[in-house]
Structures are given as structure tokens and as C-alpha cells.
Design a protein around this ligand. Structure first.
Ligand SMILES: Cc1ncc(COP(=O)(O)O)c(C=O)c1O
Length: 371
């Protein structure tokens, strides 16, 4: 079976983990700090704080932006973490419709939905394709509203030649098993505000004011600490950070391979009349986390079945979140989202997809035409 996603790991990651396991320090420590530093340098952010998931990152990014009790304008076209993070903060998700081509949140919808209670705009760079950030930041900042980016798909992606992670008020990344930078589980918040970063460093370990590593380095272990507020158990550890450091070194190369795969799919499918290939706008250099086509004649589910019968996994990203049962209280009619999601199919894409595997996927998709 060809999977939709597959992590790409090598001997370097294995050796990096081995070194940490033998070092005597496997928890939150020097490797995590090194990973944060390198990630900040890579993205061009002033600060980067590592966490154990993007879900945790979204929770804390919204928390330090003080959204509690307010409204957060958000997209339904995401994994459910995005919108659960709003609810974790006792804020109200206000769903905006999306662009038919990029599947990103629509700017005119953002403008229309802003009220006196809007505290933040939470964006997803769907599939690794950046939202058009300049107009969004202009609208938001002119009204004192924060912009938080869910960049779970967009590690290594760019907006107008700037790396995603250096742009909005806070950007949240996922290093989950099949993400562009993968380490099993992990996350990062990049931001420009040192005070907010320091608060996140307390919140990720139960509100404790100084972590064990910070209390131990350069001196004997010191046992005392204070607790400033209720925090969570959200920090990363050095075993995963060691994988992250190696994966970060490989990221641009792996993303270049993703770009090649996308180019070949786009070329192969350009004459297929019942299928629309993804777009890339001038302002974006996509990280190509996923490869999502639109099946135009209402046969999306039959294509998925046809591929499965030929040992190819295909997915749907996503069921729009406002259609989930527990999100009914926040339902708004979103015409584009509600029609376009029924066309979406995610085809296999991962850096180690071989040429012959990709040729096989292309053949089987084209095969479907006559079925
Ligand atoms: C858009 C989006 N946001 C958030 C997440 C959550 O990431 P994590 O699994 O690291 O918590 C995911 C994970 O798939 C995602 O795709």
C-alpha cells in the first residue's frame, strides 16, 4: 500500500537520539534549547519556544494573546486542534469562509466578521501555502487584533520571500510524525515578544518559574522554584529535540523534493478535465505538505475507493470543522467551504516517494476516467 504520508528518517536521526540517550540528560535541556535557537535562526523569528505538539502551541499562543472571553476569527478548513485551541481558552470560534483555490481563509470574510469582541485572527496556511499576510496584518493591527498562524503544514514555506514563522504575532508549528519536519510529536511557537516567550516557558511546565535545566546548568542542582500561575505539561524533551535538529538541517532539501513531486503531478494531471490541481499564488512558496486535488464531477469518494482497490491510500483534508457535532453552536453557513470540501482528495506525497510509486499513482488516477 502506498500511504498518503510517510516520515523520512535516516541514520543521522538514529545517531542523534543515541547520543542524547547516552548523555545522561534526556528531558528538557540543552538539545531543546539548541533546537529552539536554530529554529529561530531558520525562520528569522526573534524567539522560538519548543513544545510537545502544535496543539499545545496553539493553546498557549492564544492564551498569551489574551483571547479569553472574546471572539477568534478562524477557518473551518483545518485539523480540529486549531479550533479546539480556541475553546481551551474559553473564547468563541467565529468561522470564516475560505478561498476556493487556496482553501485559505478569505480576507473579505475576516473584515466582515470583526466586532468589538474580536481578540485574534487564527489562520491556517493550508497545505503549506501561506495566506496573503500583508492585508490580513494591516486589517488586524489597525484594530488592535492579534494574528496567530497555524503553520502545522507550512514548515519551510515562505510568504513574499520571508519564512513562515517570522511574520504574524505568533506562529505555531507541528513536528508530528508525518509533518515536513517530523519527530514523532513536537511543536514550536515563534514570536517577536520576549515577555510572551518567557510566559510560555513558564506555562509549558505547570507555571513553574524556572525549569530544572535552567536551575542546574553551570552549577549544582538547585531545588527551589516558585509557581506563578496554572500551567500545563507541554514542554519538549531532548530526545525529540535531537531528531528535530537533524530534520531541520534536511528540511530545505526535503521540501525541494516535495516541490518536484508536486510539479510532476501537476504536469501529469493538467489535461485531466474532471480534476483540478492545486494553485500557488505569486506571494507564496508553498511547503507542499499535502497534495490536494479537486474532483469535479461528484465522484470524489469513488476515486478514493478506486485508489484503495489499487493499494493507494488517499485522504480528505478536512471535514470542515464547523460541521462537527460539537461545533453546532458556532455554525454559520459557509457556502464555499461546504461545497468545495466534497471535492477534495489528498494524494500520496512524502520526500521518499519513489518515481515509480508516483508514476503508479498517476496511472491509477488517470485510469479512473473510464470507470
Ligand atoms: C493544521 C493543523 N493544525 C494543528 C495540528 C496539530 O498538530 P499536533 O499533532 O502537533 O498537535 C495539525 C496536525 O495534524 C494540523 O494539521
Amino acid at each position: 500500500m502506498i500511504p498518503v504520508f510517510r516520515p523520512s528518517m535516516g541514520d543521522e536521526e538514529v545517531r542523534a537520539v543515541e547520543r542524547v540517550l547516552r548523555s545522561g540528560w534526556i528531558g528538557l535541556g540543552p538539545k531543546t534549547r539548541e533546537f529552539e535557537k536554530r529554529f529561530a535562526e531558520y525562520t528569522g523569528a526573534e524567539c522560538a519556544v519548543a513544545l510537545n505538539s502544535c496543539t499545545a502551541a496553539l493553546h498557549l499562543a492564544l492564551k498569551v494573546m489574551d483571547v479569553e472571553g472574546g471572539e477568534v476569527i478562524t477557518t473551518p478548513m483545518s485539523f480540529i486542534s486549531t479550533n479546539h485551541a480556541i475553546l481551551y481558552n474559553d473564547a468563541v470560534p467565529v468561522f470564516a469562509d475560505i478561498e476556493e483555490d487556496t482553501l485559505n481563509i478569505r480576507i473579505d470574510e475576516i473584515e466582515r466578521l470583526i466586532t468589538r469582541n474580536t481578540k485574534a485572527i487564527l489562520l491556517v496556511h493550508y497545505g503549506g501555502h501561506a495566506c496573503d499576510m500583508d492585508p490580513i496584518l494591516e486589517i488586524a493591527h489597525s484594530k488592535g487584533i492579534k494574528v496567530i498562524e497555524d503553520a502545522a503544514h507550512a514548515c519551510g514555506g515562505e510568504y513574499k520571500k520571508k519564512k513562515v514563522g517570522s511574520i504574524g504575532d505568533a506562529t505555531c508549528f507541528s513536528f508530528h510524525a508525518v509533518k515536513n519536519l517530523a519527530m514523532g510529536d513536537g511543536g514550536m511557537i515563534t514570536l517577536h515578544d520576549q515577555d510572551a516567550a518567557e510566559r510560555i516557558r513558564r506555562l509549558y511546565w505547570l507555571g513553574i518559574s524556572r525549569g530544572t535545566w535552567d536551575r542546574s546548568k553551570d552549577k549544582a542542582y538547585r531545588w527551589e522554584y516558585d509557581v506563578d500561575e496554572i500551567g500545563y505539561k507541554y514542554h519538549l524533551n531532548d530526545i525529540l529535540a535531537a531528531i528535530g535538529i537533524v530534520q531541520l538541517e534536511k528540511l530545505d532539501r526535503k521540501n525541494a523534493r516535495r516541490r518536484e513531486i508536486v510539479g510532476k503531478y501537476n504536469e501529469a494531471f493538467k489535461e485531466v478535465s474532471w480534476l483540478k490541481t492545486p494553485v500557488e499564488k505569486d506571494y507564496a512558496t508553498s511547503a507542499n505538505h499535502n497534495y490536494v486535488v479537486k474532483v469535479l464531477d461528484g465522484r470524489r469518494d469513488s476515486l478514493i475507493e478506486h485508489l484503495a482497490a489499487n493499494d493507494i491510500s488517499a485522504g480528505v483534508h478536512y471535514i470542515p470543522n464547523h460541521l462537527y457535532d460539537m461545533y453546532k453552536p458556532f455554525y454559520r453557513k459557509l457556502p464555499v467551504t461546504e461545497s468545495v470540501w466534497r471535492q477534495l482528495v489528498t494524494l500520496p506525497i512524502f520526500p521518499d516517494l519513489t518515481e515509480s510509486e508516483q508514476d503508479y499513482v498517476i496511472d491509477k488516477v488517470k485510469d479512473f476516467e473510464g470507470k
